[in-house]
Design a protein around this ligand. Structure first.
Ligand SMILES: Nc1nc2c(ncn2[C@@H]2O[C@H](COP(=O)(O)OP(=O)(O)OP(=O)(O)O)[C@@H](O)[C@H]2O)c(=O)[nH]1
Length: 446
């Protein structure tokens, strides 16, 4: 459950004048070493349609960032006051839950705070709260050039640490997201906010919303959010890097003119993308018959309007569908509809057997390779949206590639003193190479 909705926490005063509905509060713990970054997130008049809880923000360190140095960010965890502040905040938030199924930690790979401290927090969560739930990390890979000179070191240290501590790593890539913004949304010069929106559309589509109430469970929807994603895509601890692709990606102005089908449209495109290792919908090579990408496990989440099953009322939506104001409002849910789809629409996926996504070869110990498909009624892109989470070799190898870059830099002894100063010496680098070589070998063998 990612948000606390106002109805649960506050009583709304009865008023005759219409006022905007109160914003839900993200159940997110913000951690940074730069107070100005946190303050920006906490601005009372932020344009976001949700707000952050100032009580859940942790300003740690001396206020100057971690200097794009993984070791410096990671070493902050050695300081008792930093550890206690972060762990206390997490503990308080856990105690406010009825129940908890998972943790989701989001950070970049290239900087110092998100990568270094983020890895330490992941280990802390696993050490202290692993009985409370699984821990998934979403990490953002840097652009291949033009950013931080030591980005390969930081990304390599992060990946090696998370491969050991995390239950699943969703690897997002800034460069891929920029291409999606350009080709899918036709934004010539995407801003970081566009990149973030694109990534959110992917990861938001992948994680089935978990409202966490007992009624949900009683209704049979059993929403499990992150835990469901991990169960579907991480069948073995040697394969914990997950890639997320989604369709459609189209400019907002095209939404009202687009009528996609499931099997022939969205699902077909995602299948071809999965077979050929294509990450941008507009770059699909339809002529390519050969599989260029091998997948260990995959999970498809389809989102679309349809008759809601009885007892499953539409939850408050944070992501309003990108629906044109000229379209008639969506019809209210029919309580006469059967408890589960199918509907009578011929393009509905429930009427068309899904051709499995696993037509590639798999390691012998995973047979048959897991493939699951589920549906959510909460949609926020047009009337149909598909999201494929897969444990495929090409994106995983790309996420691991900074380790090779770091090895090259390391052999030239470049910048190593900056890391040594904060406790990352030869033994630690050796561990990174070993972990990286093993993971690269596992994916390379597929
Ligand atoms: N997608 C995305 N990437 C970002 C964003 N902000 C920074 N990055 C990427 O994150 C990396 C830099 O890491 P930051 O998160 O800025 O650094 P930090 O974790 O605050 O670490 P320090 O600055 O060293 O304290 C670069 O690869 C950036 O491209 C963002 O809003 N969205």
């Amino acid at each position: 459950m990612y948000f606390r909705h106002p109805s649960k926490t506050a009583t709304t005063p009865i008023s005759t004048s219409p006022s905007p509905p109160p914003k839900p509060t993200a159940r997110a713990i913000l951690i940074d070493t730069e107070p100005k970054v946190l303050n920006k997130c906490l601005l009372p008049h932020s344009p976001l349609n949700f707000k952050y809880d100032p009580g859940l923000s942790c300003k740690v360190g001396d206020g100057g960032g971690a200097g794009n140095n993984w070791a410096r960010g990671n070493a902050l965890w050695e300081r008792e006051e930093v550890r206690e502040q972060i762990m206390d905040t997490i503990r308080r938030e856990i105690e406010r839950n009825d129940r908890l199924s998972s943790f989701h930690i989001i950070s970049s790979l290239a900087g110092g705070t998100g990568s270094g401290l983020g890895c330490a927090v992941t280990c802390g969560v696993k050490d202290f709260f692993s009985s409370s739930g699984l821990c998934m990390n979403t990490v953002v890979s840097p652009f291949s050039a033009g950013e931080v000179i030591v980005q390969d070191y930081n990304a390599a240290l992060s990946m090696a640490s998370l491969l050991k501590s995390s239950d699943g790593i969703v690897a997002m890539d800034n460069e891929v997201a920029i291409r999606k913004c350009r080709k899918g949304w036709r934004i010539e010069r995407p801003l970081m906010s566009d990149v973030n929106r694109m990534m959110a559309e992917g990861i938001g589509g992948a994680i089935k919303e978990s409202y966490g109430s007992r009624e949900d469970e009683a209704s049979g929807s059993r929403p499990r959010g992150v835990a469901e994603l991990l169960a579907g895509c991480v069948p073995h601890q040697s394969y914990k890097i997950v890639n997320v692709t989604h369709a459609p990606t189209m400019p907002e102005s095209s939404v009202e003119f687009t009528r996609d089908t499931w099997e022939g449209g969205i699902v077909g495109r995602l299948r071809q993308m999965n077979r050929t290792g294509c990450e941008v919908e507009q770059e699909i090579k339809w002529g390519a018959k050969e599989e260029t990408q091998k997948t260990v496990a995959s999970m498809l989440v389809l989102r679309g309007d349809g008759g809601l099953p009885p007892n499953l009322s539409r939850p408050p939506t944070l992501f309003e569908p990108r629906r044109s104001p000229h379209l008639p409002p969506p019809s209210p849910p029919s309580h006469k509809s059967p408890p589960l789809p199918p509907s009578n629409r011929t393009d509905d996926v429930w009427e068309v057997p899904l051709t499995p996504f696993h037509d590639s070869s798999y390691p012998p110990f995973i047979s048959p390779p897991p493939f699951s498909c589920s549906r959510s009624y909460l949609n926020y892109v047009g009337d149909k949206h598909g999201c494929l989470c897969s444990n495929s070799n090409l994106p995983a190898l790309r996420a691991l590639s900074p380790i090779a870059g770091a090895m090259r830099k390391h052999s030239a002894r470049a910048y190593l003193w900056q890391y040594e100063k904060h406790g990352v010496g030869e033994a630690e680098w050796e561990e990174v190479w070993n972990t990286g070589t093993e993971a690269t070998g596992n994916y390379g063998r597929l």
